[in-house]
Write a protein that binds this ligand. Structure first.
Ligand SMILES: Cc1cc2nc3c(=O)[nH]c(=O)nc-3n(C[C@H](O)[C@H](O)[C@H](O)COP(=O)(O)OP(=O)(O)OC[C@H]3O[C@@H](n4cnc5c(N)ncnc54)[C@H](O)[C@@H]3O)c2cc1C
Length: 409
């Protein structure tokens, strides 16, 4: 029995401050010796048992905290590398780019933006394209804490819709999906978590898990914010103690969404989220691993969803200025976005492109394809943010000889 794999993981990925808490190291550990321990300032992979016999390095090999393999991922899963002479230079491989919304009012209302992620998952389940999906739900015992949830039907997908703006070991759900006998799954991730998933899928050693993954979905991501930020928001915005919460939503109801907590006595407490500066407030709780991250739009995922802030066909910006009447009348997208929000949609793989097209023809989503100019303008805007915010941290770490995340094209 050698602990070499975990020792490397601990030194290079965890203690270096790069671990993004996906839980894949724990999911692939043959004797389940790694546990994801929860702390309010982050989740930590810790060795709670004995490593496998022999020279097992599985936990270290799947970890993308230090090295993210974009080039290999693109060639293997999207059929080609990104074209550095086009907007793919900053957008990654893009086969299809659009905005859209779910057509079912319940799905659209429950979803955080346009509800397209949930609509596509429901379609894929109901048509037998997948038999389950690993989504982000809520812990039964601590209902303010996000956790991976394996959904098998519409009701369970809708129970998981909406964004969980806190770190949690989402990829542990893959082990659960496999152990419960699912054969074809979709997995929702943040961009960094998709990077680890792809590292695993690029290796030949993880057939039991990689054999069941049909679709990797990522959100756009500014950061995941430590649970301490949620506690702070509950206390200072709503006057609620986290332990009194029985139901939590970061963005629910009318777009762009309300931060809502229902306490154990049944009282509803709420405050507009985006309009009250919820993202900036949580920004103070951005953990170390997110401050070395330059990946906003899920370069490793088949299918990527985001909000449409900064999209040229959308008046929406964080100041939420209502659109003028003429603007509303000029473009159906603007009317849709103003009414209930839209999801940005990027398809990177052929499979994802086909699935979105199938959903559109089935009528479960409405899609507005972007022109090349719109895609370029939108993605340039979206991808510039992290470079602006996090370059100071990255450069400071480099200056001190501390490791940073490496992106390999
Ligand atoms: C941590 C985080 C940060 C984000 N930052 C940005 C941003 O800066 N800019 C931007 O435009 N968009 C961002 N998004 C994406 C945005 O909030 C919506 O998720 C996206 O627009 C999809 O909307 P939808 O209505 O189509 O999704 P929905 O129909 O609501 O479905 C969302 C799906 O994602 C799953 N999910 C939610 N949270 C997580 C999570 N943490 N990990 C894995 N799966 C999850 C849900 O279970 C659900 O299945 C972020 C999302 C997350 C989770």
């Amino acid at each position: 029995m050698s602990q070499e794999g975990f020792d490397k993981l601990k030194k290079e990925c965890i203690d270096s401050g790069l671990c993004f808490e996906c839980g894949l190291c724990a999911a692939v550990c043959p004797p389940k010796a790694i546990e994801m321990k929860h702390y309010e300032w982050g989740n930590n992979p810790e060795l709670a048992g004995k490593c496998a016999d022999g020279e097992c390095t599985k936990c270290f090999r799947v970890c993308a905290a230090k090295d993210v393999l974009f080039g290999k991922t693109e060639e293997t899963f999207f059929g080609r590398k990104r074209d550095m002479n086009t907007f793919e230079k900053f957008g990654g491989v893009i086969r299809f780019s659009a905005t859209g919304c779910a057509t079912d009012p319940e799905v659209r209302h429950t979803g955080v933006s346009g509800g397209v992620a949930s609509a596509v998952l429901i379609h894929a389940l109901e048509k037998g394209i997948i038999d389950g999906c690993v989504l982000a739900g809520w812990d039964e015992k601590e209902p303010w804490r996000a956790r991976a949830f394996v959904a098998r039907n519409r009701k369970e997908v809708l129970a998981c819709s909406g964004s969980k703006y806190q770190p949690h070991p989402q990829l542990l759900g893959i082990r659960e999906a496999y152990e419960t006998g699912l054969k074809k799954i979709a997995v929702t991730t943040t961009p960094c978590h998709a990077g680890s998933l792809r590292r695993m899928m690029l290796e030949g050693d993880f057939a039991e898990y990689t054999g069941i993954i049909r679709l990797v979905i990522s959100s756009f991501c500014a950061a995941h914010w430590a649970l301490a930020g949620t506690r702070w928001l509950l206390k200072t915005w709503l006057g609620v103690e986290m332990e009194d919460v029985k139901e939590l939503r970061y963005r629910t109801g009318t777009f762009p969404g309300t931060f809502r907590a229902v306490t154990k006595d049944g009282t509803v407490h709420e405050k507009a989220f985006v309009r009250s500066g919820g993202v900036a407030a949580l920004g103070r709780f951005t953990p170390e691993e997110c401050r070395v991250c330059l990946e906003k739009i899920g370069y490793s995922a088949d299918l990527v969803f985001g909000d449409t802030w900064g999209h040229p066909g959308n008046f929406m910006s964080f100041d939420m200025t209502p659109p003028a009447k003429e603007l509303l009348e000029s473009d159906e997208r603007i009317r849709e976005a103003a009414a209930k929000g839209l999801s940005a949609i990027l398809c990177r793989s052929g499979f994802a492109t086909k699935l979105i097209d199938e959903c559109r023809r089935d009528g479960c989503i409405k899609v507005f394809e972007n022109t090349a100019e719109e895609t370029e303008k939108f993605l340039k805007h979206v991808t510039s943010e992290k470079t602006d915010w996090y370059t100071p941290w990255i450069e400071a770490r480099k200056r001190r000889g501390m490791p940073v995340r490496n992106y390999h094209l």
